[in-house]
Design a protein around this ligand. Sequence first.
Ligand code: FES
Length: 282
Amino acid sequence: MWEYTDKVKDHFLNPRNVGVIEDADGIGEVGSLSCGDALKLTFKVGENEKIIDAKFQTFGCASAIASSSALTEIIRGLTVDDAAKVTNDYIAKYLGDLPKEKMHCSVMGRDALEKAIAHYRGIPYQKPEGEIVCECFGVTDLEINRAITENSLTSVEDVTDFVKAGGGCGNCVEKIQEIIDTMQGKERSEKKKPQKMTNIQKIKLIEEILEQEIKPVLKKDGGNIELIDLDENTIYVKLRGACANCMTSQVTIKNFIENKIKELVSPELNVKEVKRETTHIC
Ligand code: FES
């Protein structure tokens, strides 16, 4: 018996936005009935590339229904560019978390969203090609690599929870373990020895990374960022311009800004936004 949060139960029992938009601008279909889960996401885009409607049809368990329902609620009102930043982890967090064995449902939602956005933009959906590792579920090595990297997975069971590979006959388990071992070995050898830095050195480096790597990206969308303080390993920032008060600012902070800082300054650092008064959708 899975432990579900109240929000998962609510979205399962009262799913939002069920159905298909007939004249949809974006359509994304993933999964197959033979694998047990399938999802069709459709959305409609209005002025300024904002998603004004999103609907889903799914075949799957309670978590698949809840994840799909949550996904449509998350992307309604976002621009297509902001919707493209929604990750599987964000869907799970929106629901107050999913049982780890059910994380593949959030991955299916993310895949359907990527596919629907590619359809809207008129570009072919780039499913990572790679080599099939799991015949039962048609999962490639590149998909496994992505799941490991994005979700810091460390065991075959984790991989099965996120992308289903290894959850059938078990023939691919050894190969999945090899991929994990290779990636962990690579990570270890690539990891530079953390340099001991003074606070002044850290602040200088953070400011440099903000100027060179982060601000130019935010400015493209009319946003900006200001460093407010550094307290031990917590960096406090304020988002400015179009990023201020944006509903997806937490996604930007965690998935883009914090990742960059961890990668280029120190993996120990985390980024927090200084409390905002109001929230709106930009
Ligand atoms: S080949 Fe992966 S579970 Fe069967």
